[in-house]
Design a protein around this ligand. Structure first.
Ligand code: ATP
Ligand code: MG
Length: 578
């Protein structure tokens, strides 16, 4: 089995960057050094090892971009490997979604898709070898007893009474564990290391546990499953991984990672740890995300408020924005919480370049242009993307009855409010100057229900020949031509920057934002959006970026607000530099 990886590596030739290019982070520095010393025969081979017990989130994306990005940069290879050693929590639904998400992010693992379960037989063999070397034993202590015997950070552990079983007895018991003779939890296989080690991970860690559970790939073939620690390094070794990049919480496991490989005397990759990504107003723990799904706080793993890749995709995020974000944040050696505004900033940058502009009115207010001929329609030319002329122009119909945004009119405008008000003139984008000459109100509620305006035919296209200026340009749609649409406006899912920072006894869910979703059902969008496919992204002028949701049907478009136009990160940066 060791040869699979070596064969697959034949195609690979690593490029060493020129000596004067400074590595951008400590991981790349290590790799450059290893290439110089020819440590792995000039190879770079990384992997991304998700456990299929949930959907991937933005933290995983960081890890994918790092692992796969590094391999690509150095002309190496990367594997996608499912760490499927715990059948009780895993599911094919997750296996499939993970592959879809990695592909969507832009990475192709070619034929290098592996499963830890591919190696169960080999891992079993390795365990037998350790037993034969006197380095592993079957222990009959219960889980609780094992914990009690382990000791604490300040107190050494105690040897298990089963620690000195003979090799023969251990082999016999381990074989019978595999054969299904013992119930769950009755025995484990443990590494025989050092119960007094200052590193708790080395106090005879569990290698195999009994679990009579059906595995999504191996079915009922196995009733003993290796622990993460016993499986991971050996899988890396089998696949010929050179640099096994993982998050900081595994730093204390590295001596164990090394111990197994040394004890087995097999090919030895190097584990390197970096700080996991934490984002403000976000939880990035699959366990917590699963609770949000199961307890109905969101509509599913792909709810657009979720930090999962499927949620971000549905929300309208682009893979490019996520990749760019991952690069920009770099690699750190200590944990911190990153401002989610930076992620949104990367998204805006990308969408600004690529999203076509359209006009959409979220909260419509009816406007009648009194002096515009009844029944007349003009097609006005609108620019699709001022950032990219190659995206061309489109026609937008103008007619006597329009909708504008309710918040673009104030009957009594406060100071500095330059938009429409009684008697005031504003510009309609791509169209004409209009002046408000009348306000119709609901008799009962006093609510403004319609405006009457006049237009100046000489201002067609948006400029007055006499040079008179207006202070505001509003977006609008023609009432007879507009399509009705629903818009889902999202706010942060949590009210606190650190949702995990709650008082004793409270739960992260106590910081959920009760107003994280606002649904507007009476929006009007310009007719060019007819038939827009789910996943299409637009900038609604003056409103933000929006993406067509899969809930859209033939007669009804549903849009998710991906992100507003206001860039808080740009402000933060400005404040930092001034
Ligand atoms: P979670 O805490 O969300 O359950 P996990 O680490 O248990 O995540 P895995 O499926 O084991 O989930 O993760 C696969 C890989 O992704 C691991 O190498 C892990 O280190 C990495 N990873 C997970 N979360 C993050 C994160 N927030 N930032 C960077 N890398 C991460
Ligand atoms: Mg994990």
């Amino acid at each position: 089995m060791e040869n699979i990886a070596e064969r697959k590596n034949e195609r690979q030739t690593a490029k060493v960057p020129p000596p004067d290019s400074a590595p951008s982070d400590f991981i790349r520095a290590i790799i450059i050094e290893d290439l110089k010393t020819n440590k792995y025969g000039g190879r770079v081979h990384t992997r991304f090892p998700p456990e299929p017990n949930g959907y991937l989130h933005i933290g995983h994306a960081k890890s994918i971009c790092l692992n796969f990005g590094i391999a690509t940069e150095f002309g190496g290879l990367y594997n996608l490997r499912f760490d499927d050693t715990n059948p009780s929590k895993e599911d094919v639904e997750y296996v499939e979604s993970i592959q879809e998400d990695v592909r969507w992010l832009g990475f192709d693992w070619e034929d290098r898709l592996f499963y830890a379960s591919d190696y169960f037989e080999q891992l079993y063999e390795y365990a037998v070898q350790l037993i034969k070397k006197g380095k592993a034993y079957v222990c009959d202590l219960s889980t609780d007893e094992i914990r009690q015997y382990r000791g604490t950070l300040t107190q050494p552990g105690k040897d298990s009474p089963y620690r000195n079983r003979s090799v023969e007895e251990n082999l016999n018991l381990f074989e019978r564990m595999r054969a299904g003779e013992f119930p769950d939890g009755s025995r484990v296989l443990r590494a025989r290391i050092d119960m007094a080690s200052p590193n708790l991970n080395l106090r005879d860690p569990v290698m195999y546990r009994i679990l009579h559970a059906e595995h999504h790939r191996t079915g009922n073939k196995w009733c003993i499953y290796p622990t993460y620690d016993f499986a991971h390094g050996q899988c890396d070794s089998i696949e010929g991984i050179t640099h096994s990049i993982c998050t900081l919480e595994f730093e204390d496991h590295r001596p164990l990672y090394d111990w197994y490989l040394d004890a087995l005397n097999i090919y030895h990759p190097r584990q390197i740890e970096f700080a996991r990504l934490n984002l403000s107003y976000t939880v990035l723990s699959k366990r917590k995300l699963l609770r949000l799904v199961q307890e109905g706080h969101v509509t599913g793993w792909d709810d657009p408020r979720m930090p999962t890749l499927s949620g971000l995709r549905r929300r309208g995020y682009t893979p490019e924005a996520i990749q760019n974000f991952s690069e920009r944040i770099g690699v750190a050696k200590s944990n911190s919480i990153l401002d989610i505004a930076l992620l949104e900033h990367c998204l805006r940058e990308d969408l600004n370049r690529r999203a076509p502009r359209v006009m959409a009115v979220l909260r419509p207010l009816r406007v009648v242009i009194d002096n515009y001929p009844e029944g007349q329609v003009e097609e006005l030319e609108a620019i699709n993307n001022p950032e990219d002329v190659s995206m061309g122009t489109r026609q937008v119909p103008f007619s006597r009855v329009l909708y504008i945004e309710r918040e673009d009119f104030r009957e009594e405008p406060p100071p500095k409010y330059y938009r429409l008000a009684p008697g005031r003139e504003v510009r309609l984008r791509y169209a004409y100057f209009i002046r408000c000459v009348g306000v119709v109100k609901d008799k009962q509620t006093g609510e403004v229900v319609e405006l009457h305006c006049t237009y100046d035919p000489a201002t067609r296209g948006g400029d007055a020949p006499d040079g008179r200026k207006v202070k505001a340009t509003l977006h609008w749609v023609s009432a007879a031509h507009a399509l009705q649409a629903e818009a889902r406006l999202y706010d942060r899912l949590f009210l606190q920057a650190n949702p995990n920072d709650v008082p004793e006894g409270a739960d992260f869910k106590s910081t959920l934002n009760p107003n994280s979703l606002e649904t507007l059902t009476a929006c009007r969008v310009e007719p060019s959006l007819a038939g827009a496919a789910p996943g299409s992204r637009y900038q609604f002028e003056r409103q933000g970026y929006f993406c067509v949701d899969p809930d859209s049907s033939k007669g009804k478009l549903v849009f998710n607000r991906t992100v507003s136009l206001r860039d808080t990160w740009a402000k933060i940066e400005k404040a930092q530099t001034s």
